[in-house]
Design a protein around this ligand. Structure first.
Ligand code: AQP
Length: 346
């Protein structure tokens, strides 16, 4: 049963190489949340272009992310699946939030620092303002809950700060327009379970990422069983057997990562995995992980390729999703424009 006042919004960037981290940290959770919430799942193409995207490749990636949502079990009829660029409220509200958020807040965002790297002068303005657009994505629907991986927690905190500052700055106007005092809700992060941060197979201290130049660092959602097996077998580990306790995983990042992935795929926790494999050599555990990963991902990858081969179907889902999303977001924008003091005209 869904809770009428609770709405979930989340997004994935169409930047190629969808991977196991995106699946376990986001898409798998999207499916689970459909039972309890009204959900909007967005292919965030406006975010993608904060770094250069080849237009033909971007089109392919947008459909691939939508296909991954559907193949994993997201219901595009009961819930809303769409791409961000097709609902103009995202960009409009982001501009208003550019004028609410403070430079000091954005200067603290660690993802900008990581992504811009040393060549900060050359980063796009969009990459810097990215968290304001993310706040707009969520608040355009007045979403109350946002499933995200650990890496996005700081951006969600910024969205909460923006919501609060907007409500405070415009409290008089909100009341004069007959709107609720807390016009924008405080969106809550939904970060739960193992593997909220899946790490690279080449370096257990770096997150698994689409943009990592090493393909061996991640399992792509398009990898076949042989590739999955080869990547898991080659995944970096230390020379010791698997630890016996969860406490001992803390100093063993690679073991921690593989045990976390196993636990997330098996819908259990690290303690249960160690109860079975604690003290075992990595070779045996890796084989069990290969079998589990292939069993869980193969049906999804097969369905993804079937869907990608029929772009007409994906496009219909996206068009219908954008229409339904626009109805919700345009009501928010009408209220926001009144609150800010823009004149509607006759
Ligand atoms: N390694 C990860 N472990 C768990 N969750 C992850 N997510 C991403 N990487 C991991 C979650 O996936 C969702 C979509 O992410 P995104 O594509 O919008 O952006 P991202 O976090 O920047 O993803 P990548 O893969 O790291 O892409 P690049 O390399 O382009 O920066 C989010 O909920 C995210 O938490």
């Amino acid at each position: 049963m869904t809770n009428a006042h609770a709405r979930v919004f989340s997004g994935v960037q169409p930047t190629g190489n969808l991977h196991l981290g995106n699946y376990l940290g986001a898409i798998k959770r999207f499916v689970e949340l459909q039972e309890r919430f009204d959900c909007l799942y967005c292919v965030v193409d406006l975010h993608a272009i904060t770094v250069w995207q080849d237009p033909a490749e971007l089109k392919r990636s947008i459909r691939e992310v939508a296909a991954a949502f559907l193949a994993a079990g997201v219901d595009g009829e009961k819930h809303i699946v769409f791409n961000q660029s097709q609902v103009s409220a995202h960009a409009e509200l982001a501009w208003i939030f550019n004028c609410v958020a403070r430079l000091g807040w954005l200067n603290r965002m660690t993802q900008f620092k990581e992504k811009a790297g040393k060549d900060r002068e050359n980063a796009s303005v969009g990459l810097y303002a990215y968290p304001n657009l993310m706040a707009a994505d969520i608040l355009a629907y007045r979403a109350t809950h946002v499933p995200v991986g650990e890496d996005q927690k700081q951006h969600l905190e910024l969205a909460r700060d923006i919501a609060q500052k907007f409500n405070n700055d415009f409290s008089k106007s909100i009341a004069e327009n007959g709107l609720p005092e807390k016009f924008f809700p405080q969106p809550e992060p939904l970060i739960a379970g193992p593997a909220t941060r899946v790490m690279s197979f080449r370096d257990g201290t770096k997150k698994m990422s689409k943009s990592d130049p090493s393909d061996a660092s991640r399992i792509n959602l398009t990898d076949d069983a042989d590739k999955i097996a080869a990547k898991i077998r080659k995944a970096k580990t230390d020379p010791l057997p698997l630890p016996e306790t969860v406490e001992d995983l803390k100093t063993r990042p690679e073991a921690d990562n593989l045990v976390g992935i196993y636990a997330a795929l098996a819908d259990t926790d690290a303690a249960a995995v160690l109860a079975e494999y604690g003290g075992a050599q990595f070779s045996g555990f890796k084989q069990a992980l290969v079998d589990l990963t292939v069993a869980k991902l193969s049906p999804i990858t097969a369905e993804m390729s079937r869907l990608v081969a029929d772009p007409g179907h994906i496009d219909r889902v996206l068009v219908s999703g954008a229409e339904r999303a626009s109805v919700i977001a345009s009501e928010t924008m009408r209220n926001v424009k009144d609150i800010v003091g823009f004149v509607r005209g006759a």
